[in-house]
Design a protein around this ligand. Structure first.
Ligand code: PLP
Length: 443
């Protein structure tokens, strides 16, 4: 293949061609094996080439692949919505299907706005969010995203939705320490609400554990309970963006369950189909649906492929696989083991500043000085060095931005939930060699 017509992330980079996958492994055109230590973009959570999912795909294609939601409902989409309502916490009983995480968060934003409109509060249409967050790449989703680099080019087109600091204890935005901090980062949301006016705000959106823009930044206990109370006090809906954390990744079906809070809306994607088809969903609570059911009786959103039977059948097969093989429990157990191993690496290498996360969504932040937590100079390009060196050695890890200004260095380690302990040992051993090499390069 001499010339390419495909627009790739880095246009002049020579990417290897992926040809085959099996379990936690991917193989390229030369036959080289990679441990999928990041499940791609934290997506391939049941591993590659799962027979049951392939069979479900074929069975559905042999029936009907596409029907349009304004003309028909279909059994796989009905069953999938039912299963999600059984899985979801509280009264999040309704599913609106879309094709990507960006569409799921943007649809959540629109449903939140519509909810207030149907109740006669048309001015409540802002959606507050946090800095150091990522909710998607379309303009509405990017407006909510506090991801400095991804916003930069489009700032004039975006709404100023990021209004609160992240719960980033490793580099506390308030220079404080938990629990003495009294959860100032959560309380800041209330200050922002007061400044903007609750009468102008439809919802607050947050990733339960910050993924791509933080490297598995995990809030302290009490944070989400405080956030939920602030939202309720101010009559603002709470949207949990579980696109990365949902469907078992963190050792619970939904990451909000770690803190016992029930959001009004949840955005799902990635692990919902484990990469076998593009499908995502906005889950909506009975409470939010109620005025819409009484009022206009239609959600003003939707895409051609929303709730198509082919994607729904695949997602359903993935959820059934996760249930049958108890992969949520596996994520908790193997995640604990992986966390211990990563902490051992942190003890070995000066450049590892922090290890964090839950279940199999773990992050590692790199620093120039561990005591002072000084970040590396951006030109050192440490994240990309780690990712590239691990890739050479046959291990995939996901680059994340560390630091509130997006200038820090972090990676996500998020292998498929089917990973076994011996495979974790191999993953960690490659990561150890990688860090050793990069650390000696930087000396
Ligand atoms: N929300 C979160 C938390 C994400 O991590 C992502 C993607 O990384 C998105 C939304 C956007 O999802 P997609 O890339 O499928 O549009």
């Amino acid at each position: 293949m001499n010339r390419t017509y495909l627009i790739k992330p880095v246009l002049d980079y020579d990417y290897p061609t992926a040809v085959y996958g099996e379990g936690i492994y991917l193989y390229d055109h030369t036959g080289k094996q990679y441990i999928d230590g990041s499940s791609g973009a934290v997506t391939a959570s049941i591993g590659h080439r799962v027979k049951e999912v392939v069979e479900a795909m074929i069975a559905q294609a042999n029936q009907v692949s596409f029907t349009y939601r304004s003309q028909f409902t279909n059994e796989p989409a009905e069953k999938l919505a039912k299963k999600l309502s059984e899985w979801a916490p509280g009264d999040l009983n309704w599913s609106f299907f879309v094709n990507s995480g960006s569409e799921a968060t943007e649809t959540a934003m629109k449903i939140a706005i519509q909810y207030w409109q149907e109740r006669g509060y048309g001015r409540k249409n802002k959606v507050l969010s946090r800095w150091m967050s990522y909710h998607g790449i379309t303009l509405g989703a990017l407006s909510m995203s506090g991801h400095v680099l991804r916003r930069k080019r489009f700032i004039p087109l975006l709404e100023d939705f990021p209004s609160a600091s992240p719960p980033y204890c490793y580099r506390c935005p308030f220079n404080s320490t938990y629990p003495g901090c009294n959860l100032m980062c959560a309380k800041e949301l209330e200050t922002a609400i007061k400044r903007i006016g609750a009468e102008n705000i439809a919802a607050f959106i947050a990733e339960p554990i910050i993924g791509a823009s933080g490297g598995a930044v995990t809030p302290p206990d009490g944070y989400y309970q405080e956030i939920k109370a602030i939202c309720e006090r101010n009559e603002i809906l709470f949207i949990a963006d579980e696109v990365m954390t949902g469907i078992g990744r963190t050792g619970k079906r939904f990451a909000v369950e770690h803190w016992g809070v029930v959001p009004d809306l949840i955005a799902l994607g990635k692990g919902m189909s484990a990469g076998y088809t593009p499908i995502a969903a906005t889950l909506v609570s009975d409470r939010v649906m109620e005025p819409i059911l009484r009022g206009s009786k239609a959600i003003m959103a939707g895409h051609t492929y929303s709730a198509n039977p082919q994607s729904a059948a695949v997602s359903l097969a993935v959820l059934e696989y996760i249930e049958k093989h108890r992969l949520v429990e596996a994520a908790a157990e193997q995640g604990q083991y992986l966390m211990e191993k990563l902490q051992q690496l942190a003890n070995m290498f000066e450049m590892v500043g922090d290890v964090r996360g839950k279940g199999l969504l773990l992050g590692m932040e790199f620093v120039a000085d561990r005591l002072l937590k000084t970040p590396f100079h951006p030109e050192t390009d440490v994240t990309n060095r780690i990712v590239a060196r691990a890739f050479e050695k046959g291990l995939l890890v996901y680059p994340a931005a560390g630091g509130i200004d997006g200038a820090g260095d972090a990676v996500l380690i998020a292998p498929p939930l089917v990973i076994q302990k011996a495979e974790i040992d191999r993953l960690v051993s490659i990561l150890e060699d990688t860090i050793r090499e990069v650390e000696s390069e930087l000396r």
